[in-house]
Design a protein around this ligand. Structure first.
Ligand code: HEC
Length: 463
């Protein structure tokens, strides 16, 4: 579908190095031809892009395999950079740019212009240019302090996971210890920050999840039950809402105004540290800083981390035969008006794509988000910008569709000859989206709807 709208951009430049399958969305092809006259250099044009969009991960001591800070470090990677950038694999941001909501709080993707600049730079021999054009080196904040301390002061709680020693070599490890949350009364959370404890730990840490385990017999709405047709979805591990996740570029969450998460006495954090070996043994733990609303202050809205399955029952009906691409889907009725704060698809090695759509009570359908290029290495959480987060009426059906690619065409696939079903191991599969759902009142919904009268494009404009 999207292919029809994409255009090959280098054609007008007479360079002809473009690999098949390399595309960029470009609204005005004449712009590329026009700017083709100006030489593109590392110093003037490319270094600022790398500083803005790559250095967060591609610098010494960070998670990526190589530094892209200086010309000398970057030049040997030029060809690979072009390939990853033009196919939109780097920076990791795998959402389809042609459908659904496009405003996010944490968008790290490149603009069309930035992609064209990088591509032209590589195609013209990746020149340095005039060193006097180089931007001053980017200063990175000291990652040893809590970043939210500037805004909120010292955290109210710091929770630490049990440490783990990752050996020099070996398979990836998913370390899942438990930590008690020391609270004697219910408290509301306004912000959370998470990190591997040391810079060395950052090198072995792919991601950290802090799931929240707590019993909620009197909850006004049980998030699991509210949104899934099947009670088995509320038990065991699936009852664990995600409190926070660490991945490079995602360090903290501040909930929207008057909104929070509720922590109850007896709550526990169930960690998941996805660790990988880097050639030397490293021991580290993860830390979670929790910032609470003042005692007695209750935000109006509660956010529930909710699992929207792409199968009617999380653990059943995932049936992926060898050498096939499968599609599974499920429907979840919102029993109260709600704002969806984010979209985080979760699948394993065969994961290929996932979409989330809203089927409104009037029968119309809105594509909210579509990750068309899912990559198991990147469990990106797409957080909608304040004005873009969809607010949906009671009775809306949330429709989640997942695609798994169990063929040899999937580069992550360890064995296309295997039948695959549901399970925890990465060689098993899952298919669900994690969404922070904030329920609002009917009155709030009416107020919101009055301010946001539907601006549906005429049918002709959709083509
Ligand atoms: C969020 C962190 C992050 C950001 C931002 C990021 N990268 Fe990466 N990059 C990685 C990691 C980790 C890998 C290795 C794993 C992989 O390939 O997915 C990687 C791999 C690559 C590779 C392949 C290296 C190889 O071994 O062949 C290239 C090229 C690359 N990145 C270029 C870029 C460029 C250019 C940018 C900015 C426009 C960028 N990356 C932004 C983390 C990042």
């Amino acid at each position: 579908m999207a292919g029809a709208r994409l255009q090959c951009v280098t054609r007008g430049m007479g360079v002809g190095l473009l690999a098949a399958g390399a595309f960029v969305t470009l609204s005005d092809p004449s712009r590329a031809a026009e700017s083709a006259a100006k030489p593109v250099t590392f110093a003037k044009d490319v270094a600022p892009i790398l500083q803005e969009k790559c250095e967060a991960c591609h610098r010494k001591g960070s998670m990526a395999p190589m530094s892209l800070v200086t010309y000398e470090e970057t030049r040997p990677w030029a060809k690979s950079i072009k390939e990853r950038v033009v196919s939109r694999q780097m920076p990791p941001w795998h959402i389809d740019k042609t459908v659904g909501i496009q405003q996010f709080q944490n968008d790290r993707s490149l603009s069309d212009d930035q992609i064209i600049t990088i591509e032209r730079w590589v195609d013209s021999g990746a020149p340095l240019g005039d060193v006097r054009d180089m931007p001053p080196p980017k200063q990175w904040p000291d990652e040893q302090g809590w970043q939210l301390a500037k805004q909120f002061g010292p955290p109210d709680l710091v929770l630490k996971s049990e440490p783990y020693t990752m050996p020099a070599h070996g398979q990836d490890v998913w370390w899942k210890p438990l930590t008690e949350v020391p609270l004697t009364e219910p408290r509301w959370v306004r912000a959370v920050e998470i990190r591997p404890a040391t810079p060395a730990g950052r090198r072995i840490t792919h991601h950290v999840l802090a799931r929240l385990l707590q019993e909620e017999p009197d909850a006004p709405v049980n998030p699991g039950r509210l949104n899934t047709g099947d009670d088995s979805n509320t038990g065991g591990a699936n009852n664990a809402g995600l409190l926070m996740e660490w991945a490079v570029g995602k360090n903290y969450d501040i909930y929207r105004p008057n909104t929070g998460k509720l922590l109850l006495p007896g709550a526990r954090i169930w960690w998941e540290l996805h660790l990988h070996a880097v050639g030397e043994p490293i021991r580290d733990h993860a830390e979670l800083a929790v910032y609470l609303y003042p005692k007695g202050e209750t935000p109006k809205y509660r956010t529930y981390l909710t699992l929207f399955g792409a199968t009617a029952n999380t653990s059943a009906r995932l049936d992926i035969p060898p050498n096939t691409v499968t599609e599974t889907q499920a429907f979840h009725v919102l029993k109260a008006p709600a704002r969806l704060e984010n979209f985080q698809p979760h699948m394993h090695l065969r994961g290929k794509a996932m979409s989330i759509e809203a089927i409104l009570p009037d029968g119309s359908t809105q594509m909210l988000s579509y990750v068309n290029n899912f990559n198991f290495n990147w469990m990106t959480n797409y957080i909608y910008a304040d004005d873009a987060a969809p607010v949906l009426p009671k009775g809306t059906i949330v429709h989640v569709t997942a695609w798994h690619d169990n063929t040899a065409a999937n580069r992550n696939n360890p064995d296309p000859e295997q039948w695959v079903g549901y399970g925890d191991r990465t060689v098993d599969e899952m298919a669900h989206a994690w969404v922070n759902v904030t329920y609002i009142s009917e009155d709030d919904y009416k107020e919101w709807a009055a301010k946001h009268k539907p601006k549906r494009p005429a049918p002709a404009a959709l083509q």
